[in-house]
Structures are given as structure tokens and as C-alpha cells.
Write a protein that binds this ligand. Structure first.
Ligand SMILES: *Cc1c(COP(=O)(O)O)cnc(C)c1O
Length: 370
């Protein structure tokens, strides 16, 4: 009999019994999508939970990124990070924009502001940074550059659900912030996403865009898309939100255990959490150096053979993928830190239902006890 492997992440699922009343409500309402009651409630509840003023829900994070770029009418070149999930750069290609890759800071894994500034050309109109692993970007430095050069900032905040930075929501920085509620994220609606907007007017415009550009029954003002979140997804989000603090607290305990148990192992470096921000403990990345007895890929294999699915996340970097690698900014010489980190990084399993016993097994394998 084969034992089910331990995944790198697992969605937090409340009991099915808890979800049934929500479904009954949808059946009673006969309102399945198009800004229904659960959709409206979830937008309000998320504004309150996240500490933001306006939020527009989406069918997924990628369509939200694509729509955010449309909403701000971004053109030409956008400076972005190669060290992310492909959707970040893909959203630029879907808008006929040219991604310009800048290197990351080797400690935060986020875009290095100096490298952003060096990458600006007359065609640059925007910056799309990522709060990698929920670790805040240098938002002040990025805003200063944006102000100096007249650029827009759209944060891919797919990892940054609920993160507070210096006492307020990280999601308030930049012109827009985009969230993902995919099943693998800390807060999920099966599939889903959102754009955090600074004012009601911007939200209204984004709401038109996500509904084909319809303003009323007969008026279409923009070539919009179908980016709407359904009632089932929104209802699940409301239920998920009830449990989110508990789910994050469980992740925090696992994060602490890993840090304590893995510190001092030769060849394993653990990136520090930001001191200025809260975390949602969405990922547990470690870096495997040449001092470790195994290479990163050998360790990945060893864990896999022992029923533990870690992830080389982010590897390969976006700039090495066929649709990007011929860009002038995609060279290894331009992106030395991103290249090195991508070759060393391994994300360990972390999710609220990971038991301490299973975590111990993972730690023992890393220590070489097993
Ligand atoms: C998950 C993710 C996305 C895409 O979100 P979806 O909801 O899956 O479309 C975009 N960017 C980053 C950094 C992500 O991790």
C-alpha cells in the first residue's frame, strides 16, 4: 500500500456541514453570479478584514492582473521581477506590454529599487513588483522612483493576503494591488482574486471592466472581459474568512518550529521575516548552499522519495522561459541574484493541517537523521 505523500501546501477546508447553509441560500436566491449578495458581502468583509477601502473581486488573480493593467491604460515597457510565478509577466504579454526584468535583492527576494531605476527608459510607464512570499517590497523607495519618473505601480500581491506593514495594510501601497485566492494561497475561494483600489471611482471603472465594460443594459464603455466571481466562490470566501486567523496561527506555529529546528544546519539558510511587517506564513523557503551534503535537486529528490513534496519555487525564473528569454533584460548577467536564488531555493510543506509529527519527519530528513 502506498502512503499518500505530504504536499507542499493544502487548502484550508472548513467542514462541509458548515458550507451547506451557504449553498441553500444560493439555491433560494436563484442568484448565481453578477454581483450577487455573497459577492457584495465578501467585498465588504474583505475591506474590513484587510483594512482597505475598496476591493473588486475577480474570477482569479491572473485576470485581475490583466484587468489592472487595462484599467490604468498602461503602455510600452513595464519593469518587473523574474523571480515570481509566470502569471506576473504573462499579464504584461496579454496587454501587449514589454516586460523589462530587473534583479532582486538577495535577502528579500523582491525587486531591488536601484535596479528598477537603472532599467527605466523613455518607454517605461509602470512597475509591477511582487511581495514575494508575503515579504513586503521596499514600497517607499519604489513609490519615490514612481513619483520621480511619473510611473504607475501595480503590485502583484498574490502572496500578501492580510499583511500589515508599519501598522497598516501593505495592500494600500502603489496605484493598485492584486490578490489571488487560488486554492494554493493562504486565503482561497477555490479560484479567485481581487484588485484593491484606492477610491470608489477606480473600483467602479474596474467593476465595469470585469463585466464586459457594461455600464448599464445598453451601454458598453470599454472592451471589458468576463472577470466576475461567482456566488459559490464568494460564499466559500465568507466561510473561509471566519477561520482565517486560526489557519494563519497554525501556519505561524509551523514556521516557528522550522526556524528553531533548522537553524544551525550547515548549508541551509533560512531567509528572515520582515521586522516591519506581519506575515501570513504562506511559504517556507530555505536556501541550500554548497556546504550542504546534497545539492538542492538531490534534496528535493530525497524528500520526494520519502513522501514529501517540496517545491522549487521559483525555478526556473520567468526570464528563462521561451517567451521571455530573448528579451535584452533576460540575460543571466542582468539578473545574477535571481539566478542564484532560483538554483538554491526549496519551499518546504507548510499548511494549517500539517501535523507536528509529519513536520518532525521533514526536519529529520533535512538534518540527515533519516
Ligand atoms: C498565484 C499567483 C498568481 C496567479 O493567481 P491565480 O489566482 O492563480 O490566477 C499571480 N502571481 C503570483 C505571484 C502568484 O503566486
Amino acid at each position: 500500500m502506498s502512503i499518500k505523500p505530504i504536499p507542499v501546501t493544502q487548502p484550508y477546508l472548513p467542514s462541509l456541514d458548515e458550507f451547506i447553509p451557504y449553498l441553500e441560500q444560493i439555491w433560494d436566491n436563484r442568484w448565481l453570479t453578477n454581483n450577487g449578495p455573497f459577492h457584495q458581502q465578501l467585498e465588504a468583509a474583505l475591506c474590513e478584514y484587510l483594512g482597505v477601502d475598496h476591493i473588486a473581486l475577480f474570477t482569479n488573480g491572473t485576470i485581475a492582473l490583466i484587468t489592472a493593467l487595462q484599467a490604468l491604460r498602461i503602455t510600452g515597457e513595464v519593469i518587473t521581477t523574474p523571480y515570481s510565478f509566470v502569471a506576473t509577466s504573462h499579464s504584461l504579454l496579454w496587454n501587449d506590454l514589454k516586460p523589462v526584468f530587473a534583479d532582486i535583492d538577495p535577502h528579500t527576494f523582491n525587486l531591488d529599487p536601484d535596479k528598477i531605476e537603472a532599467a527605466i527608459t523613455p518607454q517605461t510607464t509602470a512597475i509591477m513588483p511582487v511581495h514575494c512570499y508575503a515579504n513586503p517590497c521596499d514600497v517607499e523607495a519604489i513609490q519615490k522612483i514612481a513619483d520621480n519618473y511619473g510611473l504607475r505601480v501595480i503590485y502583484d500581491a498574490a502572496h500578501a493576503f492580510g499583511v500589515n506593514y508599519k501598522g497598516h495594510s501593505l495592500l494600500k501601497h502603489g496605484d493598485l494591488s492584486v490578490l489571488s485566492f487560488h486554492a494554493t494561497k493562504v486565503f482561497n475561494t477555490f479560484e479567485g482574486g481581487a484588485i484593491v483600489c484606492p477610491d470608489a471611482k477606480t473600483k467602479q471603472q474596474i467593476d465595469y471592466l470585469k463585466n464586459f465594460g457594461f455600464v448599464d443594459e445598453v451601454t458598453v464603455t470599454a472592451p471589458g472581459i468576463n472577470g466576475k466571481m461567482s456566488e459559490i466562490n464568494a460564499a466559500f470566501g465568507l466561510l473561509q474568512l471566519k477561520h482565517i486567523d486560526h489557519a494563519i496561527a497554525q501556519r505561524e506555529a509551523l514556521d516557528k518550529n522550522y526556524r528553531e529546528a533548522l537553524k544551525g544546519i550547515k548549508g541551509i539558510a533560512i531567509p528572515a521575516l520582515s521586522k516591519a511587517a506581519s506575515s501570513n506564513y504562506s511559504y517556507f523557503p530555505i536556501l541550500i548552499d554548497s556546504d550542504y551534503p546534497l545539492t538542492r535537486d538531490e534534496l528535493y529528490q530525497k524528500l520526494k522519495e520519502n513522501g514529501i513534496l517540496s517545491r522549487r519555487y521559483f525555478y526556473p525564473i520567468i526570464s528563462d522561459m521561451p517567451m521571455y528569454r530573448d528579451l535584452a533584460s533576460a540575460t543571466a548577467a542582468n539578473l545574477p541574484h535571481a539566478k542564484v536564488i532560483a538554483d538554491k531555493v526549496l519551499c518546504l510543506p507548510i499548511f494549517s493541517e500539517l501535523t507536528l509529527e509529519k513536520q518532525k519527519k521533514i526536519i529529520e530528513l533535512l538534518r540527515g537523521v533519516r
